[in-house]
Write a protein that binds this ligand. Structure first.
Ligand code: SF4
Length: 215
């Protein structure tokens, strides 16, 4: 039988399979095989899918209307909505990094040093604040990318698909003779137009709050 999510739910409840998904799939498939008729198996599969979609629903199974109620072990157990059990999601690892807000007055206007990230990798090709490559271990105090002095502006937490990042933001206002990386002095007046990804936009907000300027 084709075992989609609806069939999976019905069978897990029918046989009260307690093992969490996805590990329970072989047991669910074996259970489904034991109830699949030799003839009109396709119609049976369709009926089970419909049952899962309309009656044996994920949150609110309507057991009183269910043709399988008499045989259903989860119903007999009193709490069918608990099944199927889903495996707890693994916590994402957290990486630490440090970003640098380097601000300088040029031609009477305040500017910040923005770099272009490498084409490959996270946020590839996007404009960004210079950072330490998010490689710091544990305390977020990555190696500065150029001479300071640095003032701590706070931390930003951002969750990517495979890890969370805690980025500490350090700022330096004043002459920066050797800003890091390939970049440009960007006027604060038009920072919104820089297209900073959310992570760096949040970091910029922190820095601006620290320096008393508005985004
Ligand atoms: S009796 Fe309830 S839990 Fe069991 S299959 Fe039917 S709707 Fe689902």
């Amino acid at each position: 039988m084709v075992v989609d999510a609806n069939v999976e739910r019905v069978v897990a409840r029918l046989f009260a399979i307690e093992e969490p998904l996805p590990g329970a799939r072989p047991a669910i498939r074996a259970g489904a095989d034991t109830i699949t008729p030799e003839t009109r198996a396709g119609d049976f599969a369709q009926a089970m899918m419909d049952l899962g979609a309309t009656i044996c629903t994920a949150r609110d199974p309507r057991c009183l209307l269910c043709p399988l109620a008499a045989a259903c072990r989860a119903r007999a157990g009193g709490d069918p909505a608990r099944l199927p059990v889903k495996a707890a999601k693994k916590a994402k690892p957290t990486r630490q990094g440090r970003a640098f807000w380097i601000e300088q007055r040029i031609g009477g206007e305040d500017h910040v040093w923005l770099v272009r990230r490498a084409g490959k990798g996270m946020l590839g090709g996007m404009r960004a604040l210079p950072d330490d490559g998010w490689a710091a271990r544990g305390d977020g105090d990555g190696v500065p990318v150029c001479e300071g002095p640095w003032e701590a502006a706070g931390r930003v937490r951002h969750v990517f698909s495979h890890f969370a990042l805690e980025l500490s933001v350090s700022l330096h206002v004043g002459a920066a003779p050797q800003p890091p990386g390939e970049g440009e002095w960007w006027p604060l007046e038009t920072l919104d137009a820089a297209g900073l990804p959310t992570l760096y936009a949040k970091a910029a907000q922190l820095a601006l709050a620290r320096t008393g300027e508005e985004a």
